[in-house]
Design a protein around this ligand. Structure first.
Ligand SMILES: C[S@@+](CC[C@H](N)C(=O)[O-])C[C@H]1O[C@@H](n2cnc3c(N)ncnc32)[C@H](O)[C@@H]1O
Ligand code: SF4
Ligand code: SF4
Length: 477
């Protein structure tokens, strides 16, 4: 609980309901989740039983749209604490759709779920450690994240302008790590994060046993890291051969000036940083085989110069041909994980959702990836399936497909709005939302026995199983 709220709750000068609302607004204005505030709402209700009505009155007087949202969130939690939970879920639903990437809004929604299912251990974050912010750096065009940027939007700095050591241990990077130590996870999108949703975060005392460094991180609550990132995700170049509607409105390729900028960043900061890294992830932004910068970088990361380094390759698969594979000897035997995004089990759905793709080529390339995996040149090979209105009926068949092509895993995730859809379009796509007309059918599709196969990772869809499973293999994002 923050100091200010504690003082307020202790009635030093008997704060009014307006004082409490002012304080809540000021706390939430940073856009981060504040579970300590949610936990205090029953105390406010004790003092002000009409707190929900007072919040609605206050919202009417508020001109700023973001502040209105913040008041609405407090109102939803107050509703949940003082009446039937369904009313609170109804009240938050529209905000959750329009703010699907907000750590604050998704944190409030997460708190509502915790009230519905209080015994579920996934809601207990204090005392658990996520390793990502202590080991991972995701480099975007002008921001750098200590986890996948779609789950942890807050940037720790700009690697295109700053040396990597200053970004890695910036004040913001340290605030993010502090939020893991204090159990608030306030920067994380708790509804989207697969580790939170599948309860695969590790108890602090267990992770402390792994290495002397982890022991020090836990014992001393370290926020400044004495070593560089182990996992580096390169996600600055959006160049791609496809233009999937979930990801972009039109095709994009970096121009020569942009490519020169990337080249400089790769030479000056990324290559030196990778000297001590264990895994480089190419890429969460565009396609590794369509980007000239990534192609060059992958060639430069030879086993002689980077003996400890392994690759995670994420691709749409269309260019993953035997000829391309031969062009990258630096990948041979060093791909720890190959992820191919498929989003379908049939040609028409695939070509609709992966705009520019051609299903027969995709099938051929997936089989080739399966052969490489069988031959030990690739360690693991996952298909990725982003669930949306057009493909949810193919989820079970995608597991059969994965087995046919020799994949070792299938990872499902719900679609989020990356700004390519209007709110109305996104509501039509987001079949995971209870208000979606096909949601009931989606829940039925989730009960398909094939989804319980150990090769399947359900991430943020786990909650839709009648009996949720504990992930057998954590997704490495
Ligand atoms: C942006 S792509 C980059 C890598 C590669 N081009 C690919 O498609 O696998 C990274 C992942 O994001 C997924 N994705 C695309 N749009 C998404 C959205 N709106 N919500 C969630 N995931 C999305 C893709 O399916 C893919 O698995
Ligand atoms: S979003 Fe999830 S994976 Fe990322 S830092 Fe937070 S808990 Fe870890
Ligand atoms: S293939 Fe990947 S990067 Fe390219 S448009 Fe589709 S989702 Fe985006």
């Amino acid at each position: 609980m923050s100091k200010e709220v504690t003082i307020a709750a202790e009635e030093r000068h008997q704060p009014s309901a307006d004082d409490i609302i002012d304080l809540a607004i000021s706390i939430l204005s940073d856009g981060r989740d504040h579970p300590e505030l949610w936990n205090e709402i029953p105390v406010f209700l004790l003092h002000f039983p009409d707190f929900p009505a007072l919040l609605l009155q206050r919202r009417l007087l508020e001109a700023n749209a973001e502040t209105q949202v913040h008041i609405s969130l407090v109102h939803c939690i107050a509703l949940a604490e003082s009446g039937p939970l369904d009313a609170a879920f109804d009240a938050i639903e529209d905000i959750a759709i329009t703010h699907s990437q907000s750590a604050l809004v998704q944190g409030a929604l997460f708190h509502l779920h915790s009230l519905k299912d209080p015994e579920n251990p996934k809601f207990q974050l204090a005392g658990k450690i996520c390793n990502a912010p202590f080991q991972q750096m995701d480099v975007l065009e002008e921001s750098t994240h200590l986890c996948c940027a779609s789950w942890l939007q807050q940037s720790a700095g700009d690697l295109s302008k700053t040396d990597w050591q200053s970004v890695w241990n910036s004040d913001m990077a340290q605030d993010i790590r502090a939020s893991i130590h204090d159990g608030s996870y306030r920067f994380c999108n708790k509804m989207a994060c697969p580790k939170i949703q599948t309860n695969t975060l590790v108890p602090a005392e267990e992770i402390a046993k792994e290495t002397p460094l982890w022991d020090a991180i836990v014992a001393d609550q370290l926020t400044a890291m004495p070593v560089g990132p182990e996992v580096v995700n390169l996600a600055y170049d959006r160049t791609c051969n496809l233009s999937c509607p979930s990801c972009r409105s039109e095709k994009y390729a970096a121009d020569s000036e942009t490519r020169a900028r990337y080249e400089e960043m790769q030479r000056e900061r990324i290559l030196p940083m990778l000297k001590d890294a264990k895994t480089v992830f190419v890429t969460g932004s565009g396609d590794p085989f369509a980007s000239k910068n990534f192609r060059r970088l992958m060639s430069e990361l030879t086993p002689d110069d980077y003996p400890e380094l392994g690759f995670q390759i994420m691709t749409n698969g269309m260019l993953f041909t035997p000829k391309q594979w031969e062009a990258f000897p630096s990948l041979h035997g060093r791909v720890r994980m190959l992820k191919i995004s498929v989003d379908a089990a049939t040609g028409p759905t695939h070509e609709l959702l992966r705009r520019g793709a051609y299903w027969p080529t995709m099938l051929e390339n997936m089989r080739f990836a399966g052969d490489l995996t069988k031959d030990g040149l690739v360690d693991q090979f996952d298909l990725i399936f982003v669930v949306q209105q057009e493909n949810f009926r193919e989820m079970g068949d995608a597991i059969d497909l994965a087995k046919q092509v020799g994949a070792t895993g299938v990872y499902f995730a719900r679609i989020t709005n990356w700004g390519t859809f209007s709110d109305a379009e996104f509501s039509r796509k987001a079949v995971c939302m209870p208000s979606h007309p096909d949601h009931g059918e989606f829940i039925e599709a989730m009960q398909d026995e094939r989804l319980r196969d150990p090769m399947v990772m359900l991430g943020d869809l786990n909650e839709f199983l009648a009996e949720p499973v504990t992930a057998t293999r954590a997704f490495v994002g």
